[in-house]
Design a protein around this ligand. Structure first.
Ligand SMILES: Nc1ncnc2c1ncn2[C@@H]1O[C@H](COP(=O)(O)OP(=O)(O)O)[C@@H](O)[C@H]1O
Ligand SMILES: [Mg+2]
Length: 341
């Protein structure tokens, strides 16, 4: 089977999320759609505040239902999950979808050993003895690359380094052998060397366990390294989507150009040419009508005040007025370091 024939595991269709505030309902995520196939790695990339975490948390049922309105349809293994009762959703999260958060400390309790926490997680979903669960915890800690799992299992979170803690959280997320791992900026809090190790680990887990992975990041370099599919998010919308290979070869959206221009070169040289996108992403209250990126876009025009049309090149899509005829020349001015086909 080629990857595109694999069954769809998660199907998100028209997901919108609004928060109740003093100033009324504020839309933070609008009409977001994407699919993840079995065993596939999708990266959702965008600057801080783009709506990446809100998207994930709301589709996993981890939002505050009192203050959050979630619309659209989400199905997992063909079953709709948005309207499931909290208890059913919790069971799916523990057993079939593993969550790895940005800060390992929030996933771990300081007062218990990591072995105990992993074993508890296993026993919440599987009828096995405490002793068997502990054995499994040690195995998992070995699988995520802790060098002395038999000893680490009895450590408290504060006795481990940041990288080891993140590995322990990954072991916990893997404890039920989930079909889908969701990792929200899993390497942001780690130093560069450990970041690379954790990314390698995610790739190996996909190979060994066949888990699909949604990897959230603000770093286009991370996307290039691990993802097959990419969704670029800005101001609550997916502004570009496609196979990573296609998006890197010929990105369609000026926001994607900006993210690509800010990838540090591997050689470390020419840092003077490294650019970041001027300005800041809007908060949900201040997202303009029409194209959300227009205020920061070097190529904006009056038409950007309207909702941008969908551009399509094969499987790749973008929300932008820039058409095929003028795109190559504009892209060349935005991404002068790259020779793009
Ligand atoms: N519970 C909430 N109430 C109001 N606004 C929120 C809430 N949670 C997140 N936001 C806002 O939604 C926007 C998107 O946030 P988030 O998804 O966390 O961004 P990121 O892409 O960095 O993960 C941000 O501007 C954030 O301040
Ligand atoms: Mg986030």
């Amino acid at each position: 089977m080629s990857p595109t024939d694999k069954p769809i595991l998660l199907d998100v269709d028209g997901l919108s999320v609004s928060f109740a505030t003093d100033r009324g309902m504020v839309p933070a995520v609008r009409d977001v759609s994407f699919r993840v196939r079995e065993g596939e790695i999708l990266s959702i990339v965008g600057e801080s505040g783009s709506g990446k975490s809100v998207t994930l948390l709301s589709l996993l049922g981890l939002h505050d239902a009192k203050t959050t309105r979630v619309d659209g349809a989400v199905s997992f293994k063909g079953r709709p999950i948005l309207d499931l009762p909290a208890s059913r959703m919790r069971a799916i999260r523990g057993r079939e979808i593993g969550l790895i958060s940005q800060d390992p400390m929030t996933a771990l309790t300081p007062v218990y050993t990591i072995g105990w926490q992993i074993a508890e997680q296993i026993r919440a979903h599987e009828a096995i003895s405490a002793r068997a669960a502990r054995r499994r915890a040690i195995e998992l800690l070995g699988e995520v690359g802790l060098s002395n799992p038999g000893e680490a299992v009895d450590r408290y979170p504060h006795q481990l380094s940041g990288g080891m803690r993140q590995r322990a959280v990954i072991a916990m997320a893997l404890s039920c052998n989930p079909a889908l791992l969701v990792a929200d900026e899993p390497t942001t809090a780690l130093d560069v060397t450990v970041q690379a190790q954790v990314l390698d680990l995610l790739l190996r887990l996909r190979k060994d366990f066949g888990s699909a992975i949604i990897l959230i990041t603000h770093d286009m370099g991370v996307v290039a390294e691990v993802a097959e599919q990419v969704a670029v998010m800005y101001a609550g919308r997916i502004v570009e989507r496609g196979r990573t290979e296609d998006v890197f070869a010929a990105p369609l959206h000026p926001y994607t150009w900006g993210l690509m221009a800010s990838i540090p070169p591997l050689t470390g040289a020419r840092l003077d040419k490294l650019r970041s996108i001027p300005g800041m992403p809007p908060s949900p209250e201040t997202i303009p009508a029409g194209c959300g990126f227009a205020p920061r876009c070097a190529f904006a025009r009056s038409a950007c005040a309207e909702r941008p049309p969908l551009q399509k090149v094969g499987d790749q899509t973008a929300l932008c007025v820039i058409g095929d005829d003028e795109r190559p020349a504009l892209r060349q001015t935005a991404l002068p370091l790259e020779e793009i086909a």
